[in-house]
Design a protein around this ligand. Structure first.
Ligand SMILES: Cc1cc2nc3c(=O)[nH]c(=O)nc-3n(C[C@H](O)[C@H](O)[C@H](O)COP(=O)(O)O)c2cc1C
Length: 345
């Protein structure tokens, strides 16, 4: 698959997954990993992150990878072609990728039908939401998406962090975010449904900006934060020729940057809002590092490209083993444990 252009390889992998190829693992095979958070039951904390299955064509296949939840999307109200190809690049020497997909997706109506058909009360099913890039009122896009998906999904992720679309980061402006989240709360209440609401942030934020957004997010009663999306930064360590491609960098070079953000946010919030750690997970050790830094749940995308779909199961097993090794009776005892250890020192 890795000999093919990156986007072709991905399309084939997704088709295979939706056809039932790939692993067939259970989600609940390590009881020590189960948690109830945000009003949902997570049999384990691992999942594939948004962007892998933008249209929800492989929800059952994704469940079979053995993760504790599924997030599809990003979905926009209207179908959208995304940016011109090529727009996804492997950085093989760096275990990384750069993408500027630009929210290519089939739009709300097509995806909503698949979400309705796939929701079966097993693993929580969430939809990642985004505004159309040609929308003149991106807040209205989010409102219409929430109205549509709230009754159909277990959680919704408000993605305000995409670096590859015209409206991808407009809600990083604090007043705009405040207004958006308040309108989304109203829309959610009006729908009569109560999905958990997550927000996804970019690692490319100055501290003062990040803390300002955090206050708004907490006041708006967002249930969890997904940290983080891809970065437009290009660390000096990158060696692959594709380093000069425009777009968001994901994979191993994002790991430390994402962890630093996770640590900051966990310390700042005192651990009172669940965090979903994403960015650069290539192994079970990486996932465990994020949990100790403060993540209640973890997600990965680029790691799957390099390590294959068995990585989800490997991570679950590795976390369970590490919990025993470190004397933790349950996953919840390890979340943020790095901070209490530092404080004790
Ligand atoms: C090709 C590609 C498409 C993506 N599309 C989305 C998206 O639509 N919405 C979103 O919130 N994140 C999207 N992401 C970001 C991932 O969900 C994740 O936050 C990021 O890749 C970092 O994780 P990783 O290092 O494990 O890949 C995308 C990433 C890639 C590589």
């Amino acid at each position: 698959m890795r000999l093919l252009p990156a986007e072709t390889g991905h399309a084939i992998a997704l088709r295979g997954l939706s056809a039932g190829l790939g692993p067939h693992e259970r989600a609940d095979d390590f009881p020590v990993l189960a948690q109830d958070i945000c009003g949902l039951h997570f049999a384990n904390p691992v999942a594939v992150s948004a962007g892998f299955d933008k249209n929800g064509v492989a929800i059952t296949g994704a469940r079979h990878l053995g993760g504790g939840f599924v997030e599809i999307g990003g979905v926009t109200p209207n179908p959208q072609a995304g940016n011109p190809k090529p727009r996804l690049f492997r950085l093989t020497e760096d275990n990384a990728a750069i993408n500027r997909m630009g929210f290519n997706n089939e739009g709300c109506a097509a995806v909503l039908a698949r979400v309705r058909a796939a929701r079966d009360g097993s693993t929580p099913l969430g939809v990642n939401l985004a505004a159309n890039s040609d929308s003149e009122d991106p807040a209205l896009d989010f409102i219409s998406l929430v109205e549509n998906f709230a009754p159909a999904a277990d959680f919704l992720t408000i993605d305000v962090s995409c670096p590859n679309s015209a409206n991808g980061q407009v809600f990083l402006e604090p007043r705009a975010l405040e207004d958006l989240l308040s309108r989304l709360n109203t829309a959610c209440e009006a729908s009569g449904a109560k999905p958990a609401m997550f927000a996804k942030l970019t690692p490319d934020l100055e501290d003062a900006h990040l803390y300002e957004l955090l206050e708004i997010i907490r006041t708006a009663k967002i249930d969890a934060l997904t940290l983080c999306n891809t970065t437009t930064a290009r660390p000096d360590t990158l060696r692959s020729e594709n380093v000069s491609q425009r777009g968001g960098l994901s994979g191993a070079p994002l790991f430390e940057m994402a962890n630093e953000m996770l640590r900051k946010v966990y310390a700042h919030t005192g651990g009172d809002i669940p965090l979903i750690g994403v960015g650069g997970i290539m192994s079970d050790q990486d996932a465990y590092t994020k949990i100790r830094a403060g993540a209640s749940l973890v997600q990965l995308y680029t790691g799957l490209v390099y390590k294959g779909p068995g990585l989800v199961q490997q991570i679950k097993r590795g976390i369970a083993e590490r919990l025993t090794r470190d004397g933790h009776a349950h996953l919840r005892d390890a979340i943020g444990s790095e901070h209490s250890l530092n404080a004790a020192r």
